[in-house]
Design a protein around this ligand. Structure first.
Ligand code: AMP
Length: 478
């Protein structure tokens, strides 16, 4: 099958050829003809399958005819996070270079006024996070009655982030006769209900079973000790000794730990950036950009980066913390081994994580091999001590012995006797849905479902604050 058989316009085919893609991915092959036939589509596909182009390419073809009117976008794409929204815009910029389309982003953390000006000029494609979109409609600056095509992307992520009520509100603001394209990696009951309510006789397109891991990703686990500083030491050892490490995303469960680990790795001389939901939009974009360009080859991130971000050629993923939710594991390690490339995912496992690992192994239908080599680290004093000695400037300024420092670049391939010798992951077999996974219900939800706007992609982590600081305070009257 080639792209030219799918019904795409000549302009779009030329843009695809310019990117160098010759064969459509399975989701593109299956979805594009239905989108062009103006059918509703229910796409069950993970990121990394080429699903963005599966809706961007036919949308570009459809949009060649017609013009946008002020404040009335012709098409609307809903994304759960700002980064994903920005990424979809990049796809429009890339494939739509030959067309004069107005593409606007409505995401939090960016000036309202600038967004409003863009809307006034007329928008062909509006890419938005739900909260900011509703803010604009409530202010009267945006009318959704002209939307001919609605895309709801990463719907299960929207569910996790508490956006489903917002999505339902938005669906009621767009015309009943619109075409809807709905993408999700998994089909929990709440998502099924939404699809039954808002899709009209959809064409179902499924490209891979939910919650399976790519066979191109080699998975490993190493013991991490009970304390955070032990895990940091294990991580440094892994980074220094990993084979073919070009770049890596290192996942933490909490934003606070992202900041601590980022600082620690910097202190040890690694070239590293960080990404979590407490950072402002420009800092997040800057970090992603530096990582994408390879200027900073290590990215410490919370789960906000786990889903959907298209960063091609990530060679390694490290789980500094084992995720509490098994499906987060699948999404995290899905950042590597994309589009048929190989990748390595290594999880640092503390004794307390054993239950989570068991649940993950059950979900992915395979056991995660233990790395060969000695990774035990003694539970000695923490030489990083960001958490325990925050004001101990004198001790910190003494720093580490020079031989323990790492050069400001991650080292190139260096075979080592202690280097983990990965065992190739077995072919995944069908796994239970993450939301039916009994192990999941035993776990406290680390990121509780919550109705939120897109001010942030994660809940504020107040766990480190004393309770009295969290009590509401009544402001004095002026
Ligand atoms: P996505 O699932 O949309 O995040 O896409 C994953 C990656 O696959 C992105 O880097 C795309 O640029 C790439 N991609 C999309 N379509 C194709 C294709 N037909 N052939 C090769 N790579 C593709």
């Amino acid at each position: 099958m080639s792209f030219s058989n799918l019904g795409l316009s000549d302009k779009v085919l030329a843009a695809v050829a310019a990117t160098g893609y010759t064969t459509p991915t399975p989701i593109q092959e299956q979805a594009i003809p239905h989108v062009l036939a103006r059918r509703d589509v229910l796409g069950i596909a993970q990121t990394g399958t080429g699903k963005t182009a599966a809706f961007v390419l036919p949308m570009l073809t459809i949009l060649e005819k017609g013009r946008a009117r002020a404040r009335m976008p012709r098409t609307l794409i809903l994304e759960p996070t700002r980064e994903l929204a920005a990424q979809v815009k990049e796809n429009f910029d890339r494939y739509g270079a030959g067309q004069k389309l107005n593409v606007a982003l409505l995401i939090g953390g960016v000036s309202f006024g600038d967004q409003d000006t863009k809307l006034t000029r007329g928008v062909d494609v509006l890419i938005a996070t739900p909260g900011r979109l509703l803010d604009h409609t409530e202010r009267g600056g945006l009318l959704l009655t002209g939307v001919e095509l609605l895309v709801i992307d990463e719907a299960d992520r929207m569910l996790d982030m508490g956006f489903i009520p917002d999505i339902e509100r938005i669906c009621k603001l767009v015309p009943f006769t619109r075409q809807t394209l709905f993408f999700t990696a998994t089909m929990p009951p709440e998502i099924r209900r939404v699809t039954e309510t808002f899709l009209h006789n959809p064409q179902k397109v499924e490209v891979s079973r939910p919650a399976t891991t790519a066979v191109t990703v080699t998975q490993l686990q190493v013991p991490g000790g009970r304390e955070a500083h032990q895990k940091r030491e294990v991580l440094r050892k892994l980074l220094r000794e990993a084979k073919d490490l070009k770049n890596a995303i290192i996942f933490c469960n909490r934003k606070r730990d992202v900041a601590i680990l980022h600082k620690s790795l910097q202190k040890h001389g690694f070239s590293v950036c960080a990404l979590h939901g407490d950072m402002d939009q420009s800092a997040r974009m800057a970090a992603l950009d530096q990582f994408r360009k390879g200027e900073l080859p290590l990215l410490v991130a919370s789960d906000v980066a786990a889903r959907g971000l298209d960063i091609p050629e990530v060679s390694h993923v490290f789980n500094f913390d084992v995720p509490h939710h098994s499906d987060d594991y699948v999404h995290r390690i899905g950042r590597t081994g994309r589009a048929g490339r190989t990748g390595t995912a290594i999880s640092i496992v503390s004794p307390a994580d054993q239950k989570s690992i068991t649940a993950i192994e059950k979900l992915i239908g395979q056991s995660i091999p233990k790395a060969e080599g000695d990774y035990e680290v003694a539970a000695s004093a923490d030489e990083d001590s960001h958490e325990r000695r925050p004001r101990d400037g004198a001790r910190r300024s003494r720093g580490k012995a020079p031989r323990e420092r790492e050069p400001r670049e991650i080292r190139e391939t260096r075979p080592s006797a202690a280097a983990p010798r990965p065992a190739q992951a077995a072919t995944p077999r069908p796994a239970p849905s993450p939301r039916n996974d009994p192990a999941r219900t035993e776990q406290p939800r680390h990121e509780p479902r919550r109705p939120r706007r897109d001010h942030d992609n994660e809940p504020a982590d107040h766990s480190h604050l004393p309770a009295f600081l969290l009590r509401p305070v009544r402001a004095p009257l002026p």
